[in-house]
Ligand binder design. Structure first.
Ligand code: FE2
Length: 340
């Protein structure tokens, strides 16, 4: 671990880098946090500074919006978060609110994420200890009518190669965790349980555009995070609408395990769950909050959902574990909707 002192406009900051040989760490994950109604902001700052997590992953929809009032709202947001994001890494991807009608210019120019050759911060990967992290853009799909489809193919071609290589490197880096703004799965009335065209096209593909889920399934992606829906929801392992539930479902999961965590605090409220959860939904909450993921080692990862409404109480938690060498495959999913 290293400490870096740096100066901006004669103000002195220091930044903690991650240790080179990191096996265990904690990550704060959330989507959809704004200046107004940013319910989780103070908790994230306080706990981040206190070392309760080593870095932050913000899965899109920042500030609401970065470009509002000629970027002044974006400045306000960055200043608000400065106490923590000047000290530990703040990894971001774009949500639909980052579309500034100038091809995400405000988003591109405020952040520098790992380079991929595309360099618009919208997709990238990085290995941190036992986890291969991948951030993806669902906004290439969301704004295809405005910007064209070439970025969808650029990202898809990059992803297929990236996941294949990550899969071949499992002995060194056994976990693959993905984050994206719009979810594949949810149980929310206003989003029609994620059966809307915007969800289906990015999950399954349509009109000659490649969907993303098949690559996750084929390459045994372990964990997926999404936001956009302003709620928390933990899914049972699920692949192509087939789910695998039960008390042992999170040990050696036979499909990706998805977490919806878009309840950090957006500018608008009104999220409404569907009357009944979808069958792959294991737990859901509309409390404001964020997720803390603890990478324990090569075989165990723990997830906790922190509720701001309940004074930072943990309202859901789960261990996802796997034996050394476990990778899910089609053969394991022969009995769809299986109870483990
Ligand atoms: Fe969104």
């Amino acid at each position: 671990m290293g400490y870096l002192d740096y100066k901006i406009e004669n103000r002195l900051f220091n930044f903690r880098t991650l240790p080179a040989n990191l096996n265990s760490y904690k990550v704060c994950v959330f989507g959809d946090l704004g200046v107004y109604n940013g319910r989780s902001t103070q908790s994230i700052i306080k706990n981040g500074i206190a070392g309760k997590f080593d870095f932050i992953v913000h899965i899109g929809d920042l500030a609401y919006d970065l470009h509002t009032n000629h970027g002044k709202l974006g400045d306000q947001y960055m200043n608000l978060l400065e106490p923590v994001i000047s000290k530990i890494p703040y990894m971001v991807i774009a949500g639909n609110h980052e579309n500034d009608n100038a091809n995400f210019t405000n988003f591109k120019n405020r952040f520098v994420m790992p380079p991929t050759g595309s360099d618009d911060n919208q997709f990238y990967s990085i290995d941190i200890g036992p986890v291969h992290w991948v951030g993806l853009s669902t906004e290439y799909y969301g704004f295809e009518a405005q910007y064209g489809n070439s970025s969808i193919f650029t990202q898809y071609n990059w992803l297929t190669k990236n996941l294949k290589e990550a899969n071949e490197n499992r002995a060194q880096v056994p976990w693959i965790a993905l984050f994206q703004h719009r979810p594949f799965y949810c149980s929310v009335e206003l989003a029609a349980d994620c059966t809307l065209y915007e969800n289906v096209i990015l999950r399954h593909g349509a009109l000659g555009l490649p969907g993303l889920e098949a690559e996750y399934i084929k390459n045994s992606v372990d964990i997926g995070f999404a936001g956009h829906i302003h709620a928390y929801e933990r899914m049972w392992p699920v692949a192509d609408l087939k789910y695998y539930k039960g008390p042992n479902a999170y040990h050696n999961p036979v499909a990706p395990v998805y977490f919806l965590t878009g309840s950090a605090g957006c500018h608008s409220s009104g999220m409404k769950f569907s009357p009944l959860p979808m069958p792959w939904s294991a737990h859901r909450s509309d409390d404001y909050g964020y997720t803390v993921m603890t990478v324990a080692n090569q075989t165990h990862i723990h997830f906790e959902q922190i509720s701001i409404d309940k004074n930072e109480a943990v309202i859901d938690e789960v261990w996802v574990s796997k034996d050394v060498g476990h990778r899910h495959s089609e053969e394991m999913r022969i009995d769809g909707e299986k109870f483990y």
